[in-house]
Design a binder for this molecule. Structure first.
Ligand code: UDP
Ligand code: MG
Length: 316
């Protein structure tokens, strides 16, 4: 019987120090009931990651190397690997040994029992710096308060998707992309598997704090439109406040002849008026933002819906 093929997608950027070690650990951990294609995506490494992959390929037909002309970033690398893979399921895993290869077996079991998406959820890694740990907590709290979709804290790119999910994933063409959020957006039956991240075995994490900050910022901008509306909300707060103060001043000062002896000056009243006008401007900006956010959503050109089954379709 021909074994079903599973694709393993591995983005690799300057991983020469550990990638051979990773490869041996990986192949040792893969259950033998399936056949595999190992899709390494060399994301424009400046070290000899590519040479090592090419030489590993000489003794292993299951290796496929996709190599970028320059560094395009992990999101682009995983996207290329996923869309070009051909297995019945695709597993995405980091090349640095932080994602335990032993979990692949668990992912496959979850997949066999009908889950289309299996997500590795990382429990806290105590070796990480203060900023990374608390920054990510803050990020998830803020994100989930602002976005319609929720992100499960700790959910990682280490995940499995079914071939049917890959077909839909390939239709998402937007540029500012976060692979895991796009997969979340697609829906499908999900299951979560917890793991503790290993320490990076070799090399350095290329996600420095500033890169992580950019990633978080990018997630906000590409997945939520809240920042666009923020000025409108500010206007909505300022207008009623300045109105209340303004009306109070008019009544107290002019209608009642200043019984509270506040002696409000003309410039103070002008100040209140200006705040009111600023509120109007902010609201107008919020209105413009509503249209811009529509344009933004349209520009992303995501599919309107995703059909998983149709009894009249010959495909499934
Ligand atoms: N990576 C990549 N392109 C990049 C940066 C990273 O393909 O520009 C790969 C890297 O080789 C690794 C994975 O993405 O396999 C995760 O990278 P890293 O360990 O630097 O990030 P972190 O563990 O902090 O998420
Ligand atoms: Mg890492």
């Amino acid at each position: 019987m021909v074994k079903q093929k599973i694709s393993i997608v591995i983005p690799a950027y300057n991983e020469s120090a550990g990638i051979a070690h990773f490869y041996h650990g990986l192949t040792a951990a893969l259950p033998s009931k399936y056949s595999y294609e190992l899709v390494f995506v060399n994301d424009g490494s400046s070290d000899d990651t590519l040479d090592i992959l090419e030489s590993l390929k000489k003794s292993d037909d299951s290796i496929r190397v996709i190599s970028f002309s320059r560094n395009f970033g992990k999101e682009a690398a995983t996207t290329a690997g996923i869309t070009r893979s051909r297995g019945s399921a695709v597993i995405i895993i980091d090349a640095d040994g932080q994602h335990p290869v032993g979990l692949i077996n668990d992912f496959l079991k979850e997949w066999e029992s009908g889950n289309k998406v299996v997500i590795g959820v990382r429990s806290a890694n105590h070796n990480e710096g203060f900023i990374k740990r608390y920054g990510s907590k803050l990020f998830y709290a803020m994100f989930n308060a602002m976005a319609h979709e929720t992100l499960v804290p700790g959910s990682t790119d280490f995940r499995l998707i079914d071939a049917s999910v890959r077909v839909e994933f390939a239709k998402l063409k937007e540029r500012g992309r976060i692979t895991r959020a796009l997969i979340d957006w697609l829906g499908y039956k999900k299951s979560y598997v917890e793991f503790t991240a290993n320490a990076r075995e070799h090399g350095e994490a290329s996600y420095t704090n500033s890169k992580l900050f950019k990633l978080a910022f990018n997630s906000f901008v590409s997945l939520t439109t809240f920042p666009l509306y923020a000025s409108g909300y500010l206007g909505l707060i300022i207008i009623p406040l300045s109105l209340i103060v303004g009306v109070f001043v008019i009544i107290e000062q002019f209608a009642m002849g200043d019984p509270m002896q506040l002696k409000i000056t003309g410039s103070a009243m002008l100040g209140i008026f200006i705040v009111f006008l600023v509120g109007i401007i902010l609201i107008c900006q919020g209105l413009i933002a509503m249209y811009i956010s529509r344009i933004y959503e349209e520009a992303k050109d995501r599919p309107l819906y995703i059909v998983e089954h149709d009894t009249h379709s010959s495909e499934k």
